[in-house]
Design a protein around this ligand. Structure first.
Ligand code: M6R
Length: 603
């Protein structure tokens, strides 16, 4: 959690620091701050609230400087107050530090430093770092002092630090993302590329244990033990325009509306010429021969996408299960015949990375399905499949869910052909025809204007339920997650058949039941919806127009008729729009819902 940035250049870089923080706000937005060096010492400016509040206070103060660090916070240790905002300084103010991660031994370090006379002004785990740095500065040059301070830490961190009078930023990484941006006459450090993408697309990803000393004209990378390391630079293919709102009121709306583009990118060149099987550069035919079972590990929306992959594999006769990564503990049997697929948009979710580590320790073969090149998951897993969705800034995952589903359908087909010599479909060409048409079908969903009307009609309901069966089930639980996440209303997703085993007790005329059907094997789902309808619940069908569910429904969110295994993706777009419009009508902070951050880097 949290976003960190540093800018290292000769001319004033405060605007670039603040711009970077605005682009990192999706990682945390309860307090923010910067520290800059301008030849007259370190100037620190920080406050609770959004980056916008920081921008106002920086403008009032006139602070400037060429070398600086910044932070936008999602609280873990201590509430979002001015004192707990980063950067943190030591006792003398000659050191300033921003940090993303969790220092696990902070309490012991704090006691030790207190015994040595250090006084603390915040509740954060981070504050020990500048104090340690300062203590080691007494006997060492700044680089060695920084290295020693970092050696004192246990836990996860991406750190950027400054020392008064030094024209350098000192950086270290262990378990939290950190990427260097290389421009002609300046450098950036950040938790994520969008922070500086408008200035440069040339990046160098820090590895765990890397320490960097970045000056306006030079970068030195070494291990924590001081051995020099070489890291090659890469060019990021994301378009800087993709990281802006592009005229939309919210990133989420833009990302929903642009998902036909991300889907087209995710499919392009990945289907065989005959249109009957996947053609993945990463995984040629035969790659997965010998795989006996597949386990998906993922959280939140990515878990819902993983459930889709599971069902396709099961249909093809391959044993597959999806696990919530935080529940993937030592009790789950995993061995070298197991393929473990970590599904993670950011590639930095701590629970998913921990599950991936567990799989690797058990000698499983691992694949990361992720959106972020250079992310920890992409670098940790044996192989990576990129979903090519482009940057997603809204905290609520939208376009990345549909891109994950597409990538997982291609991967699942490859795995099942290799491992079981059959695929999930009797007529694969029909599936691939529908897949090629998917971006156009998504555009048609956007042309329907019913989601806003339905949002209006059910505003003020007591609760919102979402049901579906088979491949519609992941869509139902994803619809409910999206709804609760951005509207703050009570929403639950259920397997349609489960409704009568308990949740039906919650159903009243004030609880609409959104029923997702795919056009295949839906009789029972229609009956389940009717069971809720006869208890007075309004039924909202999310289905193709001529589907029989519409006969029993009170309202309808239509989707184009297509292959039954892809209808759910279109239904999901309708549910994204429903959540969006409801949240908008309720005046919610759509892109930055309360208490949430996009990338959850703590377990
Ligand atoms: O980056 P990841 O896909 O690993 O993130 C997993 C979840 O934290 C994420 O999907 C979360 O549930 C979203 N905010 C949902 O919209």
């Amino acid at each position: 959690m949290c976003g960190i940035i540093a800018r290292i250049g000769a001319d004033d870089g405060v605007d670039r620091l603040l711009g970077g923080l605005e682009r990192l706000e999706y990682r945390g937005y309860d307090s923010a701050g910067i520290a800059v060096e301008n030849g007259a010492g370190l100037a620190v400016q920080k406050c609770s609230g959004r980056v916008g509040d920081l921008v106002d206070s920086v403008e009032d103060s006139g602070v400037y400087g060429g070398i600086g660090i910044g932070h936008t916070r999602w609280s873990t240790h201590g509430p979002p107050t001015d004192d707990n905002a980063h950067p943190h300084t030591g006792a003398t103010g000659e050191v300033a530090v921003v940090h993303n991660g969790v220092i696990e031994n902070h309490a012991e370090l704090r006691d030790e430093l207190r015994d040595a006379g250090h006084e603390f002004t915040s509740d954060t785990d981070t504050e020990v770092i500048p104090h340690l740095f300062e203590r080691h500065l007494a006997d060492n040059d700044p680089e060695e002092a920084f290295r020693q301070a970092v050696r004192d830490l246990d836990g996860s961190y991406a750190i950027a630090a400054m020392v008064e009078g030094e024209d350098a930023v000192f950086a270290a990484r262990q378990g939290s993302p950190l990427v260097l941006g290389v421009d002609d006459d300046e450098y950036f450090l950040a938790s994520d590329v969008p922070a500086f993408l408008e200035h440069t697309d040339e990046v160098v990803y820090f590895e765990d244990d890397d320490v960097g000393v970045i000056r306006p004209d030079d970068v030195e990378l070494s291990t924590l033990d001081g051995e020099a390391v070489e890291r090659s630079s890469e060019v990021v293919s994301w378009d800087p325009d993709e990281t802006g709102k592009g005229g939309y009121d919210h990133y989420m709306r833009k990302e929903i509306e642009n998902q036909h583009v991300s889907l087209a990118n995710g499919i392009e060149g990945r289907v065989s010429e005959e249109g009957e099987e996947p053609d993945l550069d990463e995984f040629p035919a035969g790659t997965f021969s010998g795989v006996e079972r597949v386990q998906f590990v993922a959280c939140g929306t990515s878990f819902h996408a993983a459930k889709y992959g599971t069902q396709l594999l099961n249909k093809a006769g391959v044993a597959a299960q999806a696990f919530r990564a935080s529940e993937y503990d030592g009790s789950i049997p995993v061995d070298s015949d197991t393929l473990v697929v970590a599904v993670t948009q950011s590639g930095e979710t701590a629970d998913t990375l921990a599950a991936l580590d567990r799989a690797r320790r058990a000698s499983a073969r691992t694949v990361a399905v992720t959106n972020v090149m250079g992310s920890t998951a992409a670098r940790t897993a044996d192989d990576a499949l990129f979903i090519r969705a482009g940057p997603e800034i809204g905290v609520a995952a939208t376009k990345t869910f549909s891109s994950q589903v597409v990538a997982l359908s291609l991967l699942s087909h490859r795995v099942s052909l290799d491992a079981a010599e059959e695929g999930p479909w009797d007529d694969p060409a029909a599936y691939y025809d529908a897949l090629e048409a998917l971006p156009n079908h998504v555009e048609s969903v956007l042309d329907f204007e019913t989601a806003e009307e339905v949002a209006d009609r059910f505003l003020g309901s007591d609760a919102f339920f979402f049901i579906g069966r088979g491949l519609a089930y992941p869509v139902a639980i994803e619809g409910a997650l999206k709804f609760k996440e951005i509207t703050y209303e009570h929403a639950e997703g259920f397997a349609a058949g489960e409704l009568k085993h308990g949740p039906l007790a919650l159903v009243t005329p004030r609880t609409p039941v959104f029923t997702v059907v795919t056009g295949d094997d839906d009789e029972t789902t229609v009956t389940n919806a009717q069971e809720a309808g006869t208890r007075g619940a309004p039924i909202v069908a999310v289905s193709p127009s001529d589907h029989k569910i519409t006969d029993v429904a009170d309202a309808h969110l239509p989707v184009p008729d297509t292959h039954p295994d892809l209808v759910g993706l279109l239904a999901n777009v309708q549910l994204q729009l429903l959540s969006y419009h409801t949240a908008d009508k309720l005046g919610r902070a759509i892109d930055k819902p309360r208490n949430l951050a996009k990338s959850v880097t703590v377990e």
